[in-house]
Write a protein that binds this ligand. Structure first.
Ligand SMILES: *Cc1c(COP(=O)(O)O)cnc(C)c1O
Length: 393
C-alpha cells in the first residue's frame, strides 16, 4: 500500500531524530559500556559462576538501594518473580486475579502457573495501565465480600489479587487502586517488570504493592542477560521469597532437607555480575531516556493526529519504551506505518495483542475492554535505546 502524507511525515520526523549512519535502529538494545566485562571476568576467574556468589548478594543490596524496598530477591527472570509474588500473597488454585488485558503475556501466564484464572480488566488512556475508577464501578457490580474475602458473584470464585502493570515504564495511578484493594479485600502485586527507575508520587514503582516483580531481560532498561527480582517490604515474605526460590532447602551443612515444594529460581552469580555493572549506570540511562523522550515529543508536537505518550503529574517515568499514539481516525494506518518504518530500518512494534483476544485465554472472565482494544490498535513503540542520544551535547 502507498504511504499517505501522514505516514511520510511520521517517517521523516523519526529520521531527523535518529542517527543516519546505521542500517538498522533497534527498538531497544542493551548498553554494556560499564564494568560488565570486569565483573563477569572475575566470576570466570574465581569460578563463582552459579547460584552462590558475592554478586548475587551485592545485586540484591543495590536493588534495595535503588528502589527503597526492604527486601529484594534476585531470580532467573521476571516471569518467575511474578509467579512467586502471586504465591506469596496467597493466590491459589481457582482464584481469580485481576490483570490488565494490555500487558505482556507473562502477567497472565504467572496467574495460570498458580492454577488461578486471569480476569481481564480495562486500561485507561492517561496511563496505559489499569483504570482504577472503571475497575471500582465494575467490582461494585460483580463482586461481593464474604467473611472478609472478595467473591465474583457471576462465577462464585474468590477474587484474590489485582496486578497493575506499569506499561513501558509509565506508572499506573496507584493511590485509587490501593484504596480499592482495601475496599474489596484484594492483594496488590505490582508487575514492575518495565519500570525500574520509575516513581509514583516519589515512591519507586514496585514498593507500593505487597509484593512486586522486576525483569532484567535483554530488552529492559537494565539487563542481566535474563533475570528478575521480587521486591517486598514485608520481612516474613522477603524471607519466604528467598526460601521458595532456592528449592526451600532448610539451612544445614550437608543435609538435604526441604520443607516446601520450592523452585530453582535463583539468579546465577554471573548474571548478577552483569546486573551490578548495569545498575551502576542506571542514572545515566534514565537521563538519556528522558532526553530522547523530550526530543521525540518536541519533534512530533507540530504534527496533527499523533503524539508521544507523556507521563502524568504524579509520575516520574523511566521512559523505557517510547510510544507513539495515533488518533483514532488514523488507527487504520497503523500497519502501513509499521511496514514503512521497518522497511527504512527503524524498528517499530505494535502494542501486544490484548490478552483476552488470545485463544489460550478465551474462557477467562473479563469486563468490557473497549479502551484496551482501542489503544492496542493505534499505539506503536519506536526506538528507545538510551545511547541514541548523547548527554550534554
Ligand atoms: C518483560 C516482562 C515480564 C517478564 O519478564 P521476563 O524476565 O522476560 O520473564 C513480565 N511482565 C512484563 C509486563 C514484561 O514486560
Amino acid at each position: 500500500m502507498k504511504p499517505s502524507i501522514f505516514i511520510k511525515n511520521i517517517v521523516s520526523i523519526l529520521q531527523t531524530c535518529l542517527p543516519s549512519d546505521k542500517d538498522i535502529i533497534a527498538l531497544h538494545e542493551p548498553s554494556l559500556q560499564g564494568n560488565e566485562w570486569n565483573y563477569v571476568k572475575e566470576c570466570l576467574d574465581t569460578r563463582w559462576v552459579s547460584s552462590v556468589g558475592k554478586y548475587v548478594d551485592q545485586f540484591e543490596e543495590m536493588l534495595k538501594g535503588t528502589t527503597g524496598a526492604e527486601f529484594a530477591v534476585a531470580v532467573v527472570n521476571g516471569t518467575a518473580a511474578l509467579h512467586i509474588a502471586l504465591k506469596l500473597v496467597g493466590v491459589a488454585e481457582n482464584d481469580e486475579v485481576l490483570v490488565p488485558s494490555l500487558t505482556f503475556i507473562a502477567t497472565a501466564n504467572a496467574v495460570k502457573y498458580c492454577g488461578a484464572i486471569p480476569h481481564f480488566v480495562d486500561c485507561e488512556e492517561r496511563t496505559l495501565g489499569i483504570d482504577p475508577s472503571k475497575l471500582r464501578d465494575y467490582l461494585h457490580e460483580i463482586a461481593t465480600i464474604k467473611h472478609g474475602e472478595c467473591y465474583n458473584k457471576l462465577t462464585g470464585r474468590k477474587i484474590k489479587a489485582v496486578v497493575p502493570m506499569h506499561t513501558f515504564g509509565h506508572p499506573v495511578d496507584l493511590d485509587p487502586l490501593i484504596s480499592l484493594t482495601e475496599e474489596f479485600k484484594l492483594e496488590l502485586v505490582e508487575d514492575a517488570a518495565e519500570s525500574l527507575g520509575s516513581y509514583y508520587k516519589g515512591k519507586h514503582t514496585g514498593t507500593l504493592g505487597k509484593v512486586s516483580a522486576l525483569s532484567f531481560n535483554g530488552n529492559k532498561i537494565i539487563t542481566t542477560g535474563g533475570g528478575g527480582a521480587i521486591l517486598t517490604n514485608d520481612p516474613a515474605l522477603g524471607k519466604l521469597a528467598k526460601h521458595l526460590t532456592t528449592t526451600a532447602k532448610v539451612p544445614h551443612k550437608w543435609k538435604y532437607e526441604h520443607d516446601y515444594i520450592g523452585y530453582n529460581y535463583r539468579l546465577p552469580n554471573i548474571n548478577a555480575a552483569l546486573g551490578c555493572a548495569q545498575l551502576e549506570q542506571l542514572e545515566g540511562f534514565l537521563e538519556r531516556k528522558r532526553m530522547l523522550a523530550k526530543r521525540y515529543t518536541h519533534e512530533f508536537e507540530g504534527l496533527e493526529g499523533v503524539s508521544i505518550f507523556k507521563e502524568q503529574d504524579f509520575a516520574r517515568s523511566n521512559y523505557w519504551l517510547n510510544a507513539l499514539i495515533l488518533d483514532t481516525k488514523y488507527a487504520g494506518e497503523r500497519d502501513v506505518l509499521l511496514e514503512h518504518l521497518n522497511q527504512q530500518g527503524i524498528m517499530a512494534r505494535p502494542f501486544w495483542e490484548p490478552l483476552h483476544t488470545l485463544n489460550i485465554f478465551s474462557d477467562c472472565p473479563q469486563m468490557e475492554l473497549q479502551i484496551s482494544e482501542s489503544l492496542a490498535s493505534r499505539v506503536i513503540n519506536i526506538p528507545s535505546t538510551p545511547t541514541l542520544v548523547q548527554t550534554r551535547v
